[in-house]
Write a protein that binds this ligand. Structure first.
Ligand code: ATP
Ligand code: MG
Ligand code: MG
Ligand code: MG
Length: 555
């Protein structure tokens, strides 16, 4: 395709469509065409090989799951509208199903059934399978889709120390995977869960079109997702004002996010999506965009920055019995309302910091000023590094992988236990590890292209060699091209031949667009001189080699 496809905003999206790797079915759903599928399979193979090398064992879980499973862990609410769920009828009975956006629940239940003794552990299982997420804003081609291929692995251990070993193995496997894929990546500290500390890392590919922001130290190894990054001089302050009883909302006290950020001594930024509603200088609720899980960290940070305590969700529910979209993670006593719930919540209850102190019948749009796409954050460009005090730099990046020490969140909820050597029952300690296979391709292209097209590394290229006969109607040219193709193929090279009856200029343009690493041109003039033209996609100049012995030379 010559033209930029409609709606494609970033190079990888444009190029994947123009080169015929994928075709859009609707926003967030793509078909993989032959070339794209070959590259996808290669990425998948690298991931699988490294999982096996790290001792993980492959399984395949269903995408269709019972909604009850998500209710048992509280994630039906936590995922909100991201969780695609629906009812079907079976023999006059209604069955409520959900399509898995990830598989902690399914795998933990599996383990609960099959593991009972410490002798069966440690164990790491993985799968490569389609995930479904009703992303609020699917975009950027296959970078953010509603249906995508994920490698998800889960580790099961008997102790926190053992979890550390499983985690390190996965971390190392991730480094090998992204190295083999030719990605320039950066492991960064990410928002960690209940285990805290150094318990989560994201693998980021720095790219100007990335949706995440990372801070990187110029001098030492420190790198973190900006959402979690700390600076050397961060302090927390407790607000002076006393809490007022808030029982009825008469005069709305709306604040802009800028004012909120000023109070909290933090900076608003385009990338972030946390909203805070203030009343009498107190946050009364924190509204987050997207899924709660992902925003737990942001919320926790806001609380740390203010040392405010808000009414626990239970209290609010006791007071009102109102169905409010609260997701209170353990230890995080704050009402959190998902952005997408707002429309459904005309009469919201907002908690104050004591029991019986609430706004009832609050109407968010009416009573509070809503500012979208603003947030609080810690470190930013130019801040001192928390490790070495040198300067931090900020980079936009694409998250391709994520490793996470889960602890017992799912094993507790779903009773995944084991008997230790003393016959005492204990809860299994888990970790989870995800890689977006489609994102490997998109982020590779996003960072490896020029004005003419994609520049594939050998490892992920749909084919390794492209043979281009200049004029298919010249029999000796075509014969030599086909002979080269067959001999290279027989030698195990992945080779494609452009046998279209098209002008050389057209073929060269398409060759550059598709970006196969090595192009071999067969023309009458070269044939007369006994030479072939070789051109590496990543180099600017072509070279000549003798036809005689060319295949041996190339393999
Ligand atoms: P993001 O922050 O970009 O929304 P996430 O943190 O929600 O991603 P995880 O739950 O950590 O994603 O899933 C593991 C991996 O799956 C991610 O690191 C990413 O590579 C991939 N992934 C997540 N969401 C999508 C999506 N909508 N489309 C394609 N790949 C995705
Ligand atoms: Mg997400
Ligand atoms: Mg993320
Ligand atoms: Mg993630």
């Amino acid at each position: 395709m010559k033209e930029t496809p409609e709606g494609a905003e970033i190079p990888s999206h444009v190029l994947m469509i123009r080169a015929g790797l994928v075709g859009q079915v609707m926003a967030g759903a793509y078909s993989y065409l032959p070339l794209g599928l070959r590259s996808l399979k290669k990425a998948e193979r690298i991931v699988r090989e490294e999982m096996e090398r790290a001792g993980a064992i492959e399984v395949l879980l269903p995408a269709l799951t019972p909604i009850s499973l998500w209710e048992r862990t509280g994630r039906r609410e936590a995922f909100g509208s991201v969780l695609i769920n629906f009812k079907v009828r079976r023999q006059n009975r209604e069955v409520h199903l959900a399509l898995g956006p990830t598989h902690e629940e399914v795998i933990t239940e599996l383990i609960a059934h099959h593991v009972s003794s410490y002798r069966q552990l440690p164990l790491t299982l993985y799968q490569i399978q389609t995930k479904f997420r009703n992303e609020e804003r699917p975009r950027f081609g296959v970078l953010r889709t509603s249906e995508f291929l994920m490698k998800d692995a889960y580790s099961f251990d008997t102790s926190v120390e053992a979890l550390g070993r499983s985690y390190d193995k996965m971390y190392e496997a991730y480094c090998r995977i992204f190295d083999r894929c030719g990605l320039k990546y950066l492991p960064v500290e990410a928002e960690s869960g209940p285990i805290g500390g150094d318990a989560s890392h994201e693998f980021m590919v720095p790219s100007e079109n990335g949706e995440d922001l990372v801070v990187v130290c110029d001098s030492c190894e420190y790198a973190a997702n900006q959402e979690r990054a700390e600076t050397g001089e961060r302090k927390t302050t407790k607000p002076e004002a006393e809490a007022k009883p808030l029982t009825k909302l008469d005069t709305p006290d709306a604040r802009t996010i800028e004012q909120v950020c000023k109070t909290l001594k933090c900076k608003p930024h385009r990338m972030v999506k946390t909203l805070i509603y203030l009343a009498d200088e107190k946050p009364v609720a924190i509204l987050v965009r997207g899924d709660h899980e992902a925003n737990e960290g942001k919320v926790r940070r806001v609380l740390e920055a203010t040392t405010l305590e808000l009414a626990p969700p239970e209290t609010i529910e006791e007071v009102t019995g109102a169905p409010v979209g609260f997701a209170g993670p353990v230890g995080l006593k704050v009402p959190i309302i998902a952005d997408h719930d707002v429309a459904a919540m005309a009469n919201v209850v907002l908690g104050a910091n004591e029991a019986d102190k609430h706004y009832v019948n609050a109407n968010i749009e009416r009573d509070f000023k809503v500012e979208r796409f603003a947030d609080v954050r810690n470190a930013t460009e130019g801040d001192p590094c928390p490790r070495c005090d040198k300067t931090l730099t900020m980079k936009a990046a694409i998250e391709v992988g994520h490793v996470f020490k889960l602890g017992t969140k799912y094993s507790d909820a779903l009773s995944a236990k084991f008997l230790d050597a003393q016959e005492h029952q204990q809860t299994i300690i888990m970790g989870c590890y995800g890689i977006g296979i489609n994102r490997i391709l998109a982020s590779l292209i996003e960072t490896n292209h020029d004005d003419d097209g994609i520049i594939w590394p050998m490892a992920l290229a749909p084919y390794e060699v492209l043979v281009v006969p200049l004029n298919v109607s010249q029999q000796p040219v075509m014969e030599l091209a086909e002979k080269l193709h067959d001999e290279l193929q027989a030698a195990g090279v992945e080779v494609l031949i452009d046998d279209r009856d098209a002008r050389p200029g057209v073929k060269f343009k398409d060759a550059d667009l598709i970006g196969i690493p090595l192009r071999i041109v067969v023309g009458q003039r070269g044939l007369d001189a006994g030479e072939l033209e070789l051109k590496w996609r990543h180099k600017s100049d072509a070279e000549s080699i003798p036809i005689e012995g060319a295949v041996e030379e190339l393999t």
